[in-house]
Design a protein around this ligand. Structure first.
Ligand SMILES: Cc1cc2nc3c(=O)[nH]c(=O)nc-3n(C[C@H](O)[C@H](O)[C@H](O)COP(=O)(O)OP(=O)(O)OC[C@H]3O[C@@H](n4cnc5c(N)ncnc54)[C@H](O)[C@@H]3O)c2cc1C
Length: 293
């Protein structure tokens, strides 16, 4: 199913899961187990990331095939401009189509480790809106997701600039916006309003990463500029030597956060599950997502 169709029925709020291709055989086995459990809840789609620097090009497609053929779920392949010329990007798109992948999350990607500024590859693309255009040109029927930033992309000079650039991606043909993770719903609600004010009318799906380990989440949020509210941070700090307690606080917080978002009528929730199922399972159970079809 294509992304636009997944979100077409406004009466149903869908959830989706994001995984990354594991590096080891053990990791692959453990991910397959986690996915088997999570897909019982009926996700709208399962997406697989495209490694930094384009390092998992083939693995991303292999996992999308597994998601489709082994788990019988709709797959979305993440795809970035990093390190590829236009011809190489088109070649990958042809491979994705050949493997039956109908949905692409079109991203610019981050600068390679050690570099602070993104540079287009020779003969490549500079921004995600150009990638959306390229996909529309070569795979006109593909479902296309793009990234949105409720707390602004770190490189953008202002929120207004960032939203103008988001609009470029939408005008180029994106079907859905999936947001960067955030822990303060006020950022999301403001972002949603700002999108509406710019006549962005495609679904805006909040991205949620349940906290299971405070140290790890601090590293991740520092890299992407997401704020951890002070109240939550201090509760987690108080149990910094107790991972089980951090897990419990993180899951309870995510349940409340998702509940508020769902009550406000979001089209769905995208879970960054970091290849584990336990936290997300508990959240989905609490939110009664098992009734989704
Ligand atoms: C849901 C989601 C999934 C992700 N998956 C992956 C993944 O699988 N692999 C990976 O490597 N990374 C992934 N990322 C991270 C992403 O690659 C980075 O956040 C990256 O820095 C920006 O990507 P983008 O697609 O938002 O870029 P863009 O939309 O191109 O924006 C990048 C910056 O340039 C500015 N900009 C955009 N267009 C223009 C323009 N035309 N003129 C001037 N300025 C412009 C924007 O305001 C922004 O500051 C993901 C992020 C999200 C939110």
């Amino acid at each position: 199913m294509r992304l636009a169709d997944i979100f077409r029925d406004h009466s149903q709020q869908r959830f989706s899961i994001e995984i990354f291709p594991p590096q080891t055989e053990k990791g692959e086995e453990s991910l397959l187990n986690a996915l088997t459990r999570l897909t019982e809840f009926g996700p709208g789609f399962v997406s697989c990331t495209y490694g930094a620097g384009g390092s998992t090009q083939q693995k991303t497609l292999e996992w999308c095939e597994k998601i489709q053929n082994v788990l019988q779920q709709t797959a979305t392949a993440h795809f970035t401009c990093v390190g590829s010329s236009r011809e190489e990007l088109v070649d990958w798109l042809n491979q994705a189509a050949g493997r039956g992948v109908q949905n692409i999350m079109a991203l610019r990607g981050d600068p390679p480790r050690g570099e602070t500024e993104f540079k287009a590859a020779e003969g490549g693309l500079r921004y995600a809106n150009e990638l959306v255009e390229l996909i529309r040109e070569h795979s006109p029927n593909a479902g296309i997701g793009v990234a949105g930033y409720p707390e602004k992309h770190l490189e953008a000079p202002s929120m207004a600039d960032d939203l103008d650039n988001l609009k470029r991606k939408v005008d180029a043909g994106a079907d859905v916006i999936v947001t960067q993770m955030f822990y303060n719903n006020e950022h999301f609600f403001r972002f949603q309003e700002a999108c509406q004010a710019r006549q962005i009318s495609i679904p805006v799906v909040p991205g949620i990463m349940p906290i299971t380990n405070f140290q790890r989440i601090q590293r991740i949020t520092a890299m992407c500029g997401s704020e951890i509210p002070e109240g939550l941070a201090s509760r987690l700090e108080a149990v910094q030597d107790d991972e089980a307690a951090q897990f419990e606080i993180g899951v309870e917080f995510a349940i409340q956060q998702c509940r508020e978002l769902l009550e406000a009528g979001v089209p769905g929730i995208h879970f960054y599950v970091l290849n584990k199922s336990q936290a997300c399972e508990q959240i989905l159970e609490e939110l009664n997502f098992q009734t989704a079809t």
